[in-house]
Design a binder for this molecule. Structure first.
Ligand code: MLT
Ligand code: ZN
Length: 452
């Protein structure tokens, strides 16, 4: 086919994959819920090659799905109808760390773990961390404005992005990687493409800010009697412990599943309704200030486990981070990543089981997430192929003034419900921006924007 030949002329024929036995792995998302087919997988090595690929696809009006580590959870990075997959994995160069500015430029295909290692080697750290760190890529994290575990201290990916190099649908390149702290020179194109889920441009390189690398860390797992107590405790710790970096919530059912699937010892003799995992980090030992603040919570805390050395800290984190993998062993999960105001979280969590039972009788629900950000991950297994449970849970979130997507993005999974959070005028503006930057609509056409 002429398109395949022309793509081969840009990246080399060996980097245009067409064998279905090979391309199939690029056409199913991490959850297994979104499966499709790719006309081809193209693997450029540089911004220039990405530009050549998009120019060819734009001329041919061939739809393109940009893909990083394929760790997305809303079907935003997989082809469902024979699109061209543009894999960014080979753009994996990391520039030198600017140790004076505390910045680095990373290729879109750099993994989060690779970036974290480079920053640490230079005496810095990176402000976003998430469980999929070994496979999630910088480009995909920018495209979805990833949140992760440290958002309450450093913000989402958007807060780390100082500039981007990106390729427009027609192959033109925009590049603004200077990283100047103050640079008020026109529209914030970096901010616009961050969170645009590959629908406005393909990010190829990113200028990122780094954060201080703290030598002292402490993790505490607190058993509490309710979600309301976990929320109250999080607010207290946030107010009293400046070194607080993470506050995560999970419930008895999720802990039982994780311990069963992975053969982990239970953290406490008794079972409790809810668990709050917190981490503090500082240049001096933060354990005393955390201990004092936890002490002031008094009887709200039913039991506690504290760890300072790395292996034990990781063991406590595993109870939280292993939720996603453990749930995936039960089957395909409908992953409804939502955010609510702290005051609404307990009522929402209390309401979800009944809402799910009505929409998907017999389904199993797990609730966990980043309580410090008001972010709950509602994972429903056994809900079948329909989206009744999605409609019911997202409708409840909207009724409670929450967001139907806290950190995973809209993707394909939630585009039908974007109107629950965005007005017709806002969606019209989104469409106008999309038409301006991608007039032929080749970039991730089935993602984010609702069907017209
Ligand atoms: C997590 O925080 O573990 C993921 O973002 C949530 C999920 O896998 O649903
Ligand atoms: Zn999450």
């Amino acid at each position: 086919m002429d398109l395949i030949r022309r793509l081969g002329a840009v990246v080399g024929p060996e980097h245009v994959l067409t064998d279905p036995a090979v391309t199939v792995s690029y056409a199913v998302d991490w959850t297994g819920r979104f499966r499709g087919s790719a006309a081809a997988v193209v693997r450029p090595r540089s911004t220039e090659e990405v530009a050549g690929v998009l120019a060819v696809c734009n001329e041919a009006e061939a739809a393109v799905v940009p893909q990083g580590g394929n760790t997305g959870l809303v079907g935003g990075g997989v082809p469902l109808a024979g699109e061209i997959v543009l894999s960014l994995r080979r753009l994996d160069e990391i520039g030198p760390v600017d140790t004076l500015a505390g910045q680095v430029t990373a290729g879109a295909g750099v993994t989060l773990a690779g970036l974290q290692a480079r920053a640490a080697a230079a005496g810095w750290a990176f402000g976003v961390d998430l469980a999929a760190r070994d496979s999630a890529t910088v480009g995909g994290m920018v495209a979805t404005n990833a949140g992760g575990n440290r958002m309450m201290r450093y913000g989402p990916m958007r807060a780390q992005v100082l500039g981007v190099e990106a390729v427009l649908a027609d192959g033109r390149v925009v590049s603004h990687l200077g990283g100047l702290a103050k640079d008020n020179t026109g529209y914030d194109l970096a901010g616009l493409v961050t969170g645009s889920e590959g629908t406005l441009a393909v990010v190829t390189r990113v200028r990122l800010r780094l954060v201080p690398r703290f030598e002292h860390r402490v993790v505490a797992l607190l058993a509490v009697g309710s979600v309301a107590t976990a929320v109250e405790a999080t607010t207290s710790l946030r107010r009293e412990v400046p070194s607080l970096e993470a506050a995560e919530l999970f419930l008895a059912e999720g802990l039982a599943l994780v311990c069963r699937v992975f053969g982990l010892p239970r953290p406490f003799a008794a079972e409790h309704a809810a668990y709050l995992l917190v981490e503090c980090a500082d240049h001096r030992d933060p354990e005393p200030e955390l201990a004092r603040a936890v002490g002031r919570l008094g009887p709200l805390v039913l039991d506690a486990a504290v760890a300072t050395e790395p292996a034990r800290r990781a063991a406590l984190w595993r109870y939280r981070e292993a939720h996603t993998e453990a749930i995936a062993t039960l089957g395909v999960a409908h992953k409804l990543d939502v955010a609510l105001a702290p005051g609404s979280l307990p009522a929402f969590v209390a309401e979800v089981p009944a809402v799910v039972a009505r929409a998907a009788p017999g389904a199993t629900t797990f609730l966990f997430g980043h309580v410090g950000d008001g972010n709950v991950h509602v994972n429903v297994v056994g809900a079948g192929d329909g989206d009744e449970v999605d409609a019911a849970v997202l409708g409840l979130v909207a009724d409670m003034g929450g967001s139907i997507s806290a950190e995973h993005g809209i993707g394909r999974a939630k585009r039908r419900w974007l109107h629950l959070n965005r007005s017709p005028v806002e969606i019209d503006v989104f469409a106008a921006i999309k038409r301006a930057l991608d007039p032929r609509g080749i970039l991730n056409p089935g993602v984010l924007l609702p069907p017209r």
